[in-house]
Design a protein around this ligand. Structure first.
Ligand code: SIN
Length: 352
């Protein structure tokens, strides 16, 4: 009799705990982590090895379990999109990722998405998502400069902050984010600026949207460019992205790579010109010839900072506004899925 009572009491306690736990998690925002690889998922043989490691070796569940505190911020689930170093990211993976982010965010059961990514091409993926995600819910792209096995690995804190941002109502409607080193950056403006340092992601001219300190989000700025929910690009209609090549300018540049790009089937070429997008006389001719062959030609700059102005003597193509060559390539690919009209594409470069 006494044993029966004890058993009933125990069942009641278990039921109460279960209900309380469910009620607790039902109140938490729901965040999905899409893992793609990179240093944040990298491992080395020694804790002091921060350069000779293999990126993209740790799976999404291990990443999540390494930061159990994120489960206090959100109900977190993970999906492995790919597990690779980010120089291996392809247009196919970009499309797959963009479509999955849209699918997830269209569900009332998802409040935000975090993408873990290698830092080398992180800004390209983030800007792509900034253009094609049709939602005002937060999309946060995060990476790490030190592998998961390193002393003072930056990945766990970056991931924690990314989940904090993705679960925040205040973070809605500001476009795709790059979250690194406690700084909240817009995918439109932030770029990798240093090969190895943890404070590599910078936005020199436009600054950051905000920062995270002591587990609290501080927003300072709004993005003025078009993005996400007010973008006119519709990824559901994109089956493949056209080939767009980037050609780096240098002294003694004879323009031979422009011909190679056209022969390889490029629909667009972006020049990483010198200074304010300048080209040698030979590459100006090559850029003109490429346009005669039907290729859309956009002039950006290898300086990676500042504005490529519309009016400059010797401008032969479109101008990239303040987009660096890598992000210009992303916008030109997406733009070419809608039109090859240079005037419309120039408007995209001015507005996005
Ligand atoms: C990569 O981009 O996959 C390697 C470098 C990094 O993640 O920091």
């Amino acid at each position: 009799m006494r044993r029966n009572c004890l058993m009933k009491l125990l069942s009641l306690v278990i039921l109460l705990c279960f209900t309380a736990a469910n009620a607790y998690s039902a109140d938490l925002p729901k965040v999905v982590i899409l893992a793609t690889g990179g240093t944040i998922a990298g491992s080395a043989a020694s804790q002091t090895n921060t350069t000779g490691y293999k990126a993209g070796t740790i799976g999404v569940e291990t990443l999540i379990n390494a930061v159990p505190e994120i489960k206090e911020l959100a109900e977190v689930s993970g999906e492995q999109v790919c597990n690779t170093a980010s120089p291996n990211m392809t247009n196919e993976i970009l499309l797959q990722l963009g479509k999955r982010v849209n699918e997830l965010l269209s569900s009332k059961d998802v409040d935000g998405v975090v993408i873990t990514h290698g830092t080398d091409t992180l800004e390209e993926t983030a800007y792509f998502l900034n253009l094609v995600v049709k939602s005002d819910k937060p999309v946060v792209v995060v990476g790490a400069m030190r592998p998961a096995t390193a002393i003072s690995a930056d990945g766990p804190m970056n991931l924690y902050n990314a989940v904090l941002l993705a679960s925040s109502k205040e973070a809605k409607g500001r476009g795709a984010y790059i979250l690194m080193n406690d700084r909240i950056g817009s995918a439109r403006f932030v770029s990798k600026t240093n090969t190895t340092m943890t404070d590599t992601f910078k936005s020199h001219e436009q600054g950051y949207l905000g920062a995270i300190a002591g587990g609290k989000i501080y927003f300072w700025n709004q993005i003025t460019k078009k993005h996400t929910f007010n973008s006119e690009f519709d990824i559901s209609k994109i089956k493949e992205l056209p080939r767009v090549d980037i050609i780096y300018s240098h002294q003694s540049d004879d323009g031979v790579f422009y011909d190679a790009a056209v022969k390889a089937g490029a629909k667009g070429i972006v020049s990483a010109g010198s200074g304010n997008g300048s080209l040698s006389d030979a590459t100006k001719l090559a850029g003109k010839d490429a346009q005669k062959a039907g290729v859309v030609f956009v002039q950006s700059s290898r300086v990676n900072n500042g504005i490529i102005t519309p009016k400059k003597s010797g401008r032969v193509g479109l101008y990239a506004n303040s987009l660096n060559p890598a992000k210009s390539r992303i916008l030109l690919m997406v733009a070419l899925t809608k039109t090859s009209d240079p005037e419309v594409i120039q408007r995209y470069f001015d507005e996005y």
